[in-house]
Design a protein around this ligand. Structure first.
Ligand SMILES: Cc1ncc(COP(=O)(O)O)c(C=O)c1O
Length: 406
């Protein structure tokens, strides 16, 4: 049977404290106990349904976690104050001194910087590999390896990871497969394909309003309990806790995610095909020319499409900058990092979101200077948007004007 993540969200039912259709927001950092014994039991983790302190858990955060677990098909989930708060907590929970991580080399710059520059302080080393080459992944495994980390669709190069086969490798060697699914919510359900832990930066498509920073970790009850453990849990002790007011607002936005993802995907797919037809080097998983096209088709929940992210290469950083400035001037979107907004966002990853990655590494992974990353918006009339974008490209001689070519 196919997995229906949006149905799982739709089927959740809420009754607020006063019969409200939304759950009441828990406006407290700490909670009372009627007996000292109950407080002790709660600290020891033996009191089901009791709240202790909101860094540990709060009703609002549990509601959001439950909805996201339903979306990903995992036993449970815990929300965090940011996507990085989720990623760092998971990796620090799973790895200790002398452990080793295998990571895709094309990942979000912040995750890359954490693995490359920060976690080695704790004697955790990372091998960055081409995640699409499964033999390379397998041969990088050592006796100290604990984790394989990848993004389902990678930032910014949109490489597609073969989650089913990576999971087989992980299981064979007793490793945990951790997948960041930020670029492909609803379209890809990594846990259903064998991932052990699924992470999102909720900041992006899931919240979809560019008004907050947030994250989530979806996994087994046992792993999430470990993360929240008062004695040695990374979420509890590192403290990247989401605020209840925020989690209530993210939950409300989550309910329209399925409609938004369809529109993001429809628009991105339209533009990608047009740009490619125009002769611009375009990367989009929905294009047949994309090396991961067949793979993503074999993994995705089809109704949500190939996602809202695409890249084009306009040849040089100078051209990329000119194009982005002109498109902003023409109100086609914003020159801004991040993704998942109702307006298109564009940035040049080499000098922004991936600037943590050294230049020679960027070159090796095919992250060229002229790359422009687009998070395509919810534009109601994408044909009109395309025409305006094309005019910008003609004005900057990225494309020859149609008049001139006749
Ligand atoms: C794929 C991916 N994962 C994680 C993050 C980090 O998320 P946050 O900014 O919410 O900490 C980002 C941010 O850009 C991202 O693109």
């Amino acid at each position: 049977m196919t997995f229906k993540p949006a149905n799982n969200i739709q089927d959740l039912q809420y009754f607020g404290e006063f019969g409200g259709v939304n759950p009441s927001i828990s406006d407290a950092s700490t909670y009372t106990f009627l007996s000292a014994k109950k407080m002790f039991d709660t600290f020891e983790g033996h009191a089901e349904g009791c709240y202790l302190y909101s860094r540990h858990s709060s009703p609002s955060n549990l509601y959001l976690g439950k909805a996201l677990a339903a979306m990903e098909g995992t036993e449970t989930a815990t929300v965090t104050a940011s996507g990085m708060g989720a990623i760092t907590a998971v990796l620090l929970q799973l790895c200790g001194s002398d452990n080793h991580i295998i990571s895709s080399r094309t990942i979000y710059g912040g995750t890359y910087a954490f693995l490359k520059n920060f976690i080695p302080r704790f004697n955790v080393e990372t091998s960055f590999v081409d995640i699409t080459k499964l033999d390379v992944v397998e041969s990088a495994i050592t006796k100290n390896t604990k984790v394989i980390f990848c993004e389902s669709v990678s930032n910014p190069l949109l490489e597609v990871a073969d989650i089913r086969r990576l999971s087989k490798i992980a299981k064979k060697y007793g490793l945990k497969l951790v997948v960041d699914n930020t670029f492909s919510p609803l379209s890809i359900s990594p846990a259903k394909l064998g991932a052990d832990v699924v992470i999102h930066s909720l900041t992006k498509f899931i919240n979809g309003a560019s008004d907050t920073v947030a994250g989530v970790i979806c996994g087994t009850q046992e792993f999430i309990d470990d993360l929240r453990n008062v004695h040695d849990g990374a979420c509890m002790l590192l403290g990247s806790t989401m605020d209840s007011l925020r989690s209530a607002s993210v939950l409300k936005n989550l309910r329209t995610l399925h409609i938004r993802m369809k529109q993001h995907s429809y628009n991105a797919n339209y533009l990608a095909h047009k740009f490619e037809n125009d002769g611009i080097k375009t990367v989009y998983p929905g294009l047949e020319s994309h090396p991961g096209h067949e793979l993503i088709k074999s993994m995705m929940n089809k109704e949500y499409g190939f996602g809202g992210m695409l890249t084009i290469d306009v040849g040089s950083l100078e051209k990329a900058d000119e194009l982005m400035e002109l498109m902003q001037e023409k109100n086609l979107g914003y020159l801004a990092v991040s993704l998942g907004f109702y307006k298109t966002l564009f940035s040049a990853p080499g000098t922004s979101t991936s600037s943590e990655i050294p230049e020679e590494e960027q070159e090796k992974m095919g992250l060229s200077d002229g790359l422009v990353r687009f998070s395509i918006g919810l534009d109601a009339d994408i044909k009109r948007t395309y025409k305006k974008m094309r005019t910008c490209m003609e004005q900057l001689h990225i494309l020859e004007s149609q008049l001139e070519t006749i």
